[in-house]
Design a protein. Structure first.
Length: 296
């Protein structure tokens, strides 16, 4: 059985840890509100932009050609893996690692075996993990320090340029989509080549949209496609950012609860140890008194 001093030291240590996890939970909650507001404002814009692009491409039809819609044999692949800069967020980062590894095994095994698979890692955790396992495109460990469209645009443009020049035949994103504080869903989405979403057969909304084009349909579409791709990646980063704070808030809340349970157990152990020590002292005193009385 541990001594009273050892148990007391453990109690103090757990109490300190509990205070830290409580503080981290509060910080994550404050950051989550801002991140959630950002993604809620971004979603309607991204959806509307994709809708406009789908309408335009449907009207222009197959006559429209773009560097970002070219379908090629998939020989060289770029995977954009989005994680966080820090840990202590439960399985948030490890879920991305597992999803990327599963994607490679199921879809890109031949490309990986041939050394034609590259990862663009957004976030320090992804950079540290994938840099030990293969080629990394760029260094985007600074994105979440000052998260903005400008910081993400650089990564999007590098991926787009790689696809346009034929360096990559397919670009896929893997990230955590924010559902709520306790739920983050890993999403795997193809960024390039761009495949506009087809309108439902029962809906005539797309075909009935009547735009006035200036200067031309084709030129407008060629301008919207790069913008749409950048917005799509920026939205994924915002989703991941909100998911990170939600995951960390949940993890720290659970850690605080676990610390409380451990404190109860340690205090019970401390009291039992203290009672045993007192009982032992009383028995020693009584034994000494009886021995002294007998010697007289």
């Amino acid at each position: 059985m541990a001594s009273l001093k050892e148990v007391r030291n453990r109690i103090v240590s757990v109490q300190s840890t509990q205070q830290i996890t409580k503080a981290m939970k509060m910080v994550a909650a404050a950051k989550l509100r801002r991140a959630q507001d950002n993604i809620m404002r971004m979603r309607p814009y991204a959806q509307r932009l994709n809708s406009i692009l789908s309408n335009l491409t449907a009207q222009v039809g197959e006559e429209m050609e773009s560097d970002y819609t070219a379908q090629r044999e998939v020989r060289r692949v770029l995977i954009i893996a989005i994680t966080s800069d820090r840990g202590l967020a439960g399985a948030f980062n490890s879920n991305i690692f597992k999803a990327v590894n599963a994607l490679i095994a199921q879809r890109y095994a031949a490309q990986a075996a041939a050394g034609n698979l590259t990862v663009l890692a957004i976030g320090k955790r992804a950079h540290e993990y994938f840099s030990k396992r293969g080629p990394i495109l760029g260094n985007y460990t600074h994105v979440f320090g000052q998260l903005s469209f400008e910081t993400v645009r650089e990564a999007a443009e590098q991926a787009m340029e790689g696809f346009r020049t034929g360096q990559y035949d397919e670009v896929t994103m893997v990230y955590n989509e924010f559902k709520n504080v306790a739920t983050q869903v890993v999403q795997t989405e193809q960024l390039l080549p761009l495949v506009p979403a087809a309108a439902p057969a029962t809906s005539t909304a797309t075909s009935n949209v009547d735009y006035i084009f200036e200067p031309s349909k084709e030129e407008i579409v060629q301008t919207l496609i790069p913008q749409s791709l950048k917005v799509q990646l920026y939205k994924a980063v915002l989703e991941s950012n909100a998911s990170e704070h939600g995951a960390r808030m949940t993890a720290m809340d659970k850690a605080t609860e676990n610390a409380g349970e451990l404190l109860k157990s340690l205090k019970l152990t401390y009291n039992r140890t203290r009672q045993a020590a007192i009982t032992t002292e009383i028995l020693e005193i009584v034994g000494g008194a009886e021995a002294l009385a007998a010697s007289r």
